[in-house]
Structures are given as C-alpha cells and as structure tokens.
Design a binder for this molecule. Structure first.
Ligand code: URA
Length: 198
C-alpha cells in the first residue's frame, strides 16, 4: 500500500469496535520525507473531531517541545527533511472516554503503524508513552527504565520518552523529557548522512 491507499484503509477501517464509536480515524500528519517520526498513543476528543493527531493540550506541549529542537509537523516541501517530524499514533481511533487502548485494538491497528514506518523510513523514532513503547519495542518495562539509551525498531534508532499528557500532570518530569529530546538530537547528529545510507 502506498500513502494514499494506506490513508484510505485507515479511514475505512472497521477491524475493531472503535470503528463504530469514532467520529473519524486519525491517520497522521507531517511531511512524508521527514527524518523524525513521533509515535503517540491514541486520538483524544479534539483529535477525533479534527482528524489530526496531537491537537489538544498535549499537542500544544508536543509542538513546543518540537520547536525547542528546531522541528515542525508542517508538511512544507520547502523545509529540510531534517527539520520535519511526522506524527502518528499507535491507535488510529479514539477509545471511548480516552480509556487505555486494549491489547486486541493495538494488535488490529498495528499493521497501519508498521506500514507508515516502512513508507516514511524515518531516521529516528521518538516513542512517547507506554503504549507506543509496548507496540514498537515489545516490552512492558516502564518508561523510566527505558529512557536514557537508544533502542532499535527494525534497525531504526528509537528514543523513549514520557507522553506529553503525562508531562502536563507531572511538570517536574519535563526536565527528563528535555534530556530525552537532547539524546534524540545527539543520536540523529551521530548518524551517517542520508546519502551514505544509499
Ligand atoms: N495523545 C496521543 O497520544 N495522541 C494524540 O493524537 C493526542 C493525544
């Protein structure tokens, strides 16, 4: 599936019960040449209404964090891919009342994220929160034990950090999220230039 077919498949998906309760599926946003990929949890109320990931309060914090390291979700061909972040969620549909994703829902939805990663071929993935981490790294370890080092998903470096909604409730941990962003930045800078990868 190419980007257009994948988007269509996500928008039409009825593979789990969330298809019946969502307003719309939330595919993802950002330039498809982006070097960065951000993976979150699932759409909330605002995202379900607007059809874009991270547009509520957590999204404002995420945008501020991205800006702080010179990144944007804007899909503007004039921007360098190194400055662009593509944002997607582990679940494409809102769980009712923002409850946690269920295992079965994550399993049904996972092929969409897998294909997004294959198409984007990001140079680095920032996994935000435990559901993104569970899905990408196949581990139940808490974020606190996984952050601070670089993991891999199919060879792509993965940096783990707290979910912005968690940071809004736990302000002191923002300093740790900043460290995680700095680790992501350093990791990105240490990668061979894209041309060298062929
Ligand atoms: N939280 C997420 O993980 N994703 C969104 O799109 C919004 C809030």
């Amino acid at each position: 599936m190419d980007w257009a077919a994948l988007r269509e498949a996500v928008e039409q998906c009825q593979a789990c019960a969330l298809g019946a309760t969502r307003h719309q599926a939330v595919f993802g946003v950002g330039g498809t040449r982006a070097h960065w990929m951000i993976v979150g949890e699932a759409p909330g109320e605002q995202e379900d209404l607007r059809g874009e990931p991270f547009v509520g309060a957590a999204g404002q914090l995420l945008d501020a964090m991205l800006r702080a390291v010179g990144l944007t979700r804007a899909d503007d061909p004039a921007l360098e891919p190194a400055r662009q972040a593509y944002i997607a969620n582990t679940l494409k549909c809102r769980p009712p009342r923002n409850r946690n994703p269920e295992r079965e829902e994550m399993a049904r939805c996972e092929p969409f994220l897998v294909r997004q990663i294959e198409l984007l071929r990001p140079r680095l993935i920032l996994a935000m929160g435990r559901f993104a981490v569970q899905s990408l790294l196949r581990t139940e370890e808490p974020i606190g034990r996984l952050r601070g080092r670089v993991h891999r998903y199919q060879g792509v470096p993965v940096v783990v950090t707290y979910h912005p909604a968690y940071l809004l409730r736990n302000l002191p941990d923002k300093a740790k999220a900043w460290e995680d962003l700095c680790l992501a930045l350093q990791t990105m800078e240490s990668l061979p230039p894209p041309d060298a990868l062929g």
